[in-house]
Design a protein around this ligand. Structure first.
Ligand code: UDX
Ligand code: UDX
Length: 480
């Protein structure tokens, strides 16, 4: 039996649910798509007439919303109603790492997913295909299925039936729309061939058939964790070698180029940086670690855990390096932080290296002036705690230098953020920072003036020619 999908409901209007449903709506004008979320504030932002207020910044998303919203794409909090009307339901809620109880610090907290499954069990009608879109621990589909199957109505009502599919999302933030429009592959795992075909038919509206892979449900769930673990492992590998480059006089850019030309290794994902962030890498690796320990595969668990350990070490290494170079103390010194997002082209700060590095510097008594073109000051407030009430822009006349308690302020203007600072630290590779006028910077910083480029986006000759002291990640040639 082929299921024809006319109504889709997606639970969770987040970084994954919002862009994914927007692209499906754009590519499938005959399917009605209702995105629901328990947060009225988030839904109001998705519905705002000013497209600059959308809750997620993704290049190209605003244009799709303008084309589809209120035609075949809606955003609301009517969770029950939209579930009832749907032939297919995507579960796209967040699955953070547990902070307490069994598996704390490693296992994913599945309470939202379970709550969604119960809501679907209650409100769904007839036959419904439930699709796991959230990244989930292996075997979650089984839990969802058990909850759904336990929910049968009174005997005189129509029986409910369900199929559960796993369809992990591989989009990267900042390039979500192009990743969704031309994915490397679409993975669909499940037991029911009819349900798999129904979901494949949706993707076939724009994805070539040979890129749509069918697997069993456990392989699909495990592939998502494994893909993220492999990618994160590459970042830890290149970052570990960046430290070795700095000590030996080698240059990580040259090493990355040389190894990347080996077609077995490939050139992508070899940029060293301040350590990986984002909502997925750490969480997914820790899930893999938890799963491996559960199955008594302790060596496997240790192997993957070391990827996260290296990342933590690397982030603290950068804070220490800044402190060392500023005469071993940053107390009362003004440090300008350029970039707070976990990478460019997103306003997302989850697990961003900037949080750890800023906290380290605040702990040492630094005065941080933070700039980011897309992250709001309120978000940084959530991540770091209170913003300083007094603006210390008249920094050179400050008198409480030696007893300074770490403070931060947000500054929209890059040059104001830099003014009077002892150091500039680039943590996100925004284009804006590649165009900074370093001659101007040299005139407005306090001397000696340090530039720390943790993203390797600057040219050393240019910076040094203006009398600035320069450190660039993985560049041992600057130390010899
Ligand atoms: C996604 C995936 O779902 C997660 O598993 C993956 O690891 C990271 O990406 P994401 O879209 O980034 O999550 O999460 P988030 O932006 O936090 O959005 C989740 C949304 O679900 C929120 O808007 C939240 O309000 C909503 N939600 C959560 C519900 O509507 N109902 C719930 O019960 C729980
Ligand atoms: C990742 C996966 O790429 C995506 O397939 C999955 O669906 C979700 O997780 P995302 O977290 O959005 O996507 O960003 P990604 O581009 O993978 O970057 C993750 C982190 O690694 C960022 O902090 C980024 O700055 C860092 N990174 C990436 C590097 O330091 N160097 C690189 O070469 C690439």
């Amino acid at each position: 039996m082929t299921f024809e999908i006319k109504n889709i409901c997606c639970i969770g209007a987040g970084y994954v649910g919002g862009p994914t449903m927007s692209v499906i709506a754009d590519k499938c004008p005959n399917i009605n798509i209702n995105v629901v979320d328990k947060s009225p504030e988030r839904i109001a932002l998705w519905n705002s007439s000013n497209l600059e207020l959308l809750p997620i910044y993704e290049p190209g998303l605003d244009k799709i919303i303008a084309r589809c919203r209120d035609k075949n794409l809606t955003f609301s909090t009517k969770i029950k109603e939209k579930i009832s009307a749907a032939d297919m339901i995507f579960i796209s809620v967040n699955t953070p790492t547990k902070t307490k109880g069994i598996g704390a610090g490693q296992a994913s907290d599945l309470k939202w997913v379970e709550a969604c499954a119960r809501e679907v069990a209650l409100s769904a009608k007839g036959h419904t295909i439930v699709v796991e879109k959230s990244t989930l621990p292996v075997k979650t589909a089984e839990v969802i299925k058990t909850i759904l199957e336990a929910s049968q109505p009174n005997s005189n009502e129509l029986k409910k039936t369900f199929d559960v599919l796993s369809n992990p999302e591989f989009l990267a933030e900042g390039s979500a729309i192009s990743d969704l429009e031309s994915p490397d592959r679409v993975l669909i795992g499940g037991e029911s061939n009819d349900a798999i075909i129904a979901l494949s038919n949706i993707y076939r509206n724009w994805v070539p058939t040979e890129k749509i892979l069918h697997t069993n449900i456990w392989s699909s769930e495990l592939s998502k964790l494994t893909a993220n673990a492999f990618l994160a492992q590459r970042i830890s590998s290149i970052n570990s070698i960046s430290a070795l480059c700095e000590s030996t006089g080698a240059d990580i850019r040259e090493v990355a180029r040389a190894i990347g030309l080996d077609s077995r290794i490939g050139s992508k994902f070899l940029n060293c940086g301040p350590g990986f962030g984002g909502s997925c890498f750490k969480k997914d690796i820790l899930n893999l670690v938890y799963l491996s320990r559960y199955y008594n595969l302790n060596e496997v668990a240790d192997f993957w855990e070391s990827v996260v350990k290296l990342n933590n070490w690397h982030q603290h290494r950068l804070s220490e390096l800044i402190i060392q170079n500023l005469f071993k103390t940053v107390c009362g010194k003004k440090i300008c932080i350029l970039g707070f997002a976990f990478k460019a082209n997103t306003n997302d700060t989850r697990e961003t290296a900037a949080i750890k590095i800023c906290k380290d510097l605040l702990e040492e008594g630094a005065f941080l002036c933070i700039n980011d073109p897309k992250v709001s000051k309120e978000q940084i407030h959530n991540d770091l705690g209170l913003e300083s009430l007094k603006s210390l822009t008249n920094y050179s006349k400050r008198d409480d230098f030696f007893n300074f308690e770490g403070q931060w302020i947000f500054e929209d203007s890059i040059y104001k953020a830099i003014e009077n600072s002892d150091a500039v630290v680039i943590l996100t590779e925004w284009d804006e920072y590649k165009k900074i006028n370093w001659s101007k910077v040299a005139k407005i910083m306090r001397k000696p003036s340090w530039i720390f480029d943790a993203r390797s986006i600057l040219e050393s000759k240019e910076i040094i020619s203006h009398g600035l002291l320069f450190w660039r990640i993985g560049d041992g040639s600057l130390n010899v």
